[in-house]
Structures are given as C-alpha cells and as structure tokens.
Design a protein around this ligand. Structure first.
Ligand SMILES: [Zn+2]
Ligand SMILES: [Zn+2]
Length: 372
C-alpha cells in the first residue's frame, strides 16, 4: 500500500496537455492529446483514478453522437472516481478522493420541485472520464460530488452511477421480500438489478441470452435461470414466457418483471410473464421511435401496473454510494477487466465478442492501484 501511495502521488502542477480518448464519429475512437481542463469558479479538476466502461458509451460509440451530449469530436466516459488536483470550490480541497456523478439537476424546475430530479428540464451532463483529467462543473460539485472513504477502491466508487440507476428502478418497482422477480437481460444493469432483488430477499428468475451470463446470474444468487438463446420471434418468445411461468406457483406468473434489454419483444415478454396485479418495470432504454403492441385486455382485466424508471436523483446516488462504501453491494463480480487509455479503442471495437466481460476498469495513469 505504501508503494501504491507513492505511485499515486499528485503532480505538483497540472500539465498543459493530457491524453484523452476522443470520439471523432461513428465507431471512430482515438487517443488524442488535448488541452488539460482547468477549474473555473466553483469547479474542480480530477485526476481520473478509475473510469468504467458502460453500455451507454457503447451506444454513443456506435451511433457517433448522443442526443444530450455535444457532437463529435468529443470526450466521453461518465462513470468515474478520482482525486482532486485543482479546486475552486470552497467545500473541496486538493487531494480529496471523490466520485463525480455524470449529471446534476437544476433544483428549480417543475420536476425538481416535485423530487423527480431525474426528469429535470435542465439536467446538466458531464462526460470525459476516459482521460487523464476531468473537469467537474460547479453544479455537479455542489449536488453530486461524493467523498470516497479511506480504504474504498476507486473502481468500486466509480460504480456509483450505474448502481444508482439500478437502485432507483429497484426502489420504484416496490418489490417485497419473498416476491418472485424476473429480470430479463444480463448486461451490467440487468445484473445489478438481479443482485438487488436477491439482496432484498426476493426469489430471482434470471432470463439471459447465453451460457456465460447464466453462470453470472447464478453466482449473483438467481434461483432459476432461463437461457433464452439467440432465437427471436413469437414461438421463441412464448417459450421464454412459459419457462418463466413454470417456475412460479400454479404457473401464475411473477410478482415483478424487470425488462433490461430494451427491444419490443422483451417488453412483451415482461408483460406476459407477470401475474395479474403484478408490476412490470421497463428499465432498458430503447431507441427513439420504438413502438410495441401489448394486449390491452390483459393489462386492464389483469390489473397490471406498468412503469419505467430513468436515470437517478442525488438522493438515490447517495444511497447507492453508501451500499458500495460499506460493502453491502459487492462491485467486484461486475468488474471483469482492466485497460489503459491506449487499449480502450480496441475494447470498444471488440465489444460483444468477448463473452463474460461485464465492465472494464479504465486506468489512465500507469501504476495506479484502483481495485482491491
Ligand atoms: Zn453508465
Ligand atoms: Zn430541474
């Protein structure tokens, strides 16, 4: 630890230029030299200790843009923990380790006043975690910058953002201990939902695509795992629904289904595998313009509750952070690799081909100790 501490020493002064992974367009990712960001009034600059890859970044990579971010060329990456190297914010000092969330609400709009800050009309986003240094805007410093306790690994702290999204959806779903919960989809967020369901004493039925994901779902505590395979279409879908129902008492269906794939077929499956009076949470974020058809007769006479949960609020971020800090949520199982900035373009290129990979820890500075 002493050695790591010495290696982790802060620079005396910020270098003029830094290395950063820049998205130049669709599937065009390069490691560039860019100007090192400096802190404006109320802002801080972090040395990035750990950044995590995320499915949202992959979407941005494949589309070459993001509706809520700048157009390319742009810095990106948004799950991050680091050490403050420059501060113009009264509440934070150089040397403090922090998690900077990827957004902060305005606090004044209609949605913020109703404690629905995730829907803030003026949500401020921050990207650029795949870089040596990251500027944190004043509003995020004020509302969503969290101090990392001693002994907590940077990579675990960086998981606060995705876990906050999952926890928000989980809390919104209102499941109780003993409930039978199906989670469809074993991407990072689906796996987090699975873990939260098990932690709260629910009986988990995991619906996954392939064998590696099945193993992961079991390791996270799934009572039953349905391997849906790659087949699509009505009969494949009916098989999945029948398999899930067969795992429930009298085949009545699950109390809660969480959809974490974001395609119409799995939205329909989620509704069809849920019992009358049950809850469905559409947690996956589909592409704009996606349309789905559902059996409205069953929705009405089955007294179904359909809901969707998007993003996070400052309060839920703090609860997610606390779960990671005190070890209730073990981040280790979801961190499956480590990469330098130079290796990151290749990681994005090969995404999906390497099964069993969940999240990669990006370590921009050589010799950092980010995981324990
Ligand atoms: Zn993310
Ligand atoms: Zn607002």
């Amino acid at each position: 630890m002493a050695v790591a501490g010495a290696r982790n020493a802060l620079p005396e002064r910020l270098p003029e230029r830094m290395r950063a992974v820049v998205l130049h367009g669709r599937e065009d990712l390069r490691v560039d030299e860019v100007e090192t960001p400096r802190a404006g009034e109320g802002e801080v600059v972090l040395r990035v200790d750990a950044a995590l890859t995320c499915g949202t970044d992959r979407k941005v990579y494949r589309r070459g843009y993001h509706a809520k971010m700048l157009r390319p060329p742009m810095l990106f990456g948004h799950e991050v923990a680091g050490t403050i190297v420059e501060s113009r914010a009264a509440a934070f000092a150089v040397g403090e380790r922090v998690v900077a969330l990827n957004s902060a609400p305005c606090g004044a709009c209609y949605f913020c006043r109703r404690e629905q800050e995730n829907l803030c009309a003026d949500l401020l986003f921050n990207n650029g975690a795949y870089a040596e240094y990251l500027r944190v805007p004043a509003r995020i410093v004020e509302k969503n910058l969290l101090r990392i306790p001693e002994g907590m690994a940077a990579a675990h702290a960086a998981m606060t953002e995705p876990l906050a999204c999952a926890l928000h959806a989980w809390e919104d779903s209102g499941a109780r201990a003993g409930d039978v919960v199906a989670v469809i989809g074993a991407g990072p967020l689906g796996l987090m939902m699975m873990r939260l369901a098990v932690m709260d004493g629910c009986r988990l039925i995991a619906v996954v695509k392939h064998r590696e994901q099945a193993g992961m779902a079991r390791a996270l505590g799934a009572a039953e795992v349905i391997e849906a395979g790659a087949a699509t279409g009505a009969s494949a879908s009916a098989e999945v629904v029948a398999a899930v129902r067969a795992c429930t008492e009298d085949g009545r269906g699950v109390d809660l289904a969480v959809e974490a794939v974001a395609v119409p077929e799995t939205w329909q499956q989620a509704v069809e595998m849920t019992r009358s009076g049950g809850v469905v949470n559409f947690f996956g974020g589909p592409a704009a313009g996606t349309v789905v058809s559902l059996d409205t007769n069953r929705l009405h006479y089955g007294d179904m509750t359909l809901k969707a949960t998007f993003h996070h609020t400052p309060a839920v971020c703090r609860r997610a952070f606390a779960m990671l800090a005190d070890g209730r949520f073990d981040a280790r199982a979801l961190l499956t690799g480590e990469a330098t900035l130079d290796e990151l373009p290749e990681i994005f290129r090969g995404w999906g081909a390497r099964r069993g990979e969940i999240k990669t820890v990006v370590v921009p500075h050589a010799g950092m100790q980010t995981q324990k």
